[in-house]
Design a protein around this ligand. Sequence first.
Ligand code: COA
Length: 256
Amino acid sequence: MDELIIEGRRIGYGCSRSNFDASQTTLLFIHGSGGDREDWRFQLDGLTAPGAVMAIELPGHGKSDPPGEQSISGYARWVELFVTNLGLKRVVLMGCSLGSAITQWMALHPQSWLVAAGLIGSGARLRVLPSLLDGLINEPSKALQSLASHCLSSSCADSLRRSIEEKYGNSDPMIIHGDLSACDQFDVMDTVHRVSVPTLIVVGQEDQLTPVKYSRFLAEKIERSNLVIIPGAGHLVMLERPNEFNEATQKFLNSL
Ligand code: COA
């Protein structure tokens, strides 16, 4: 199992290679609210990058020690610590949902290692239904089931639906509350046009949590961007349509 100790906390991650060259381009994925490295299983197996393909687990998620954070900048600090601890010199950072807000934050506070960005199931503002935030405190199992059902398209395979329901059902509602509170406060509608790195924007056509409209807005504002809309997929497009997602991502990587 891959893990690092950063500031005394265990940070888990998935990596496509046992040995990798940190000076070469690494593709680093960041999961969404309540996610973990498993959300990127088809990408860790199916994509190739000159360095490696990696998936960080944010504090409080997967094998990473709690607590989680309550802000996008708080989580961004851990991503930066992760990259510098591994000595990664060139990173293509791609995040889904919460992870996409962290990616936007990073692209708006660029580091020397950031060469490109990917925004998946994203938006420059990520307001969250107040009833969902309240529900995570007052009726957590119902709120977690509702979140799971909104992550997927109507045509999602039963096995994937069951595994996502089980995963959210076993999650700590307060970690997800922190994640969604961080999303709820996130708003870069007025500044996202300053993102200057090449940016791939991917959204499932049936995304209910971050509708296609949000990705179109990003594509209009970010000059060096490319928008890919994938039919038959919801918010977790990389799990629902891995072949189409990987094709778009590999093409983007190869073009850099
Ligand atoms: N990009 C582009 N447009 C956006 C946007 C974004 N990121 N976020 C909101 N907008 C648009 C809305 O579509 C709306 O446009 P309209 O007036 O033409 O219909 C307008 O900006 C105002 O939207 P918003 O600030 O979100 O307020 P709201 O009162 O319309 O909606 C919620 C608030 C919480 C009800 C709504 O955001 C929602 O339904 N969220 C649920 C989805 C969710 O919880 N997602 C989790 C994200 S991690």
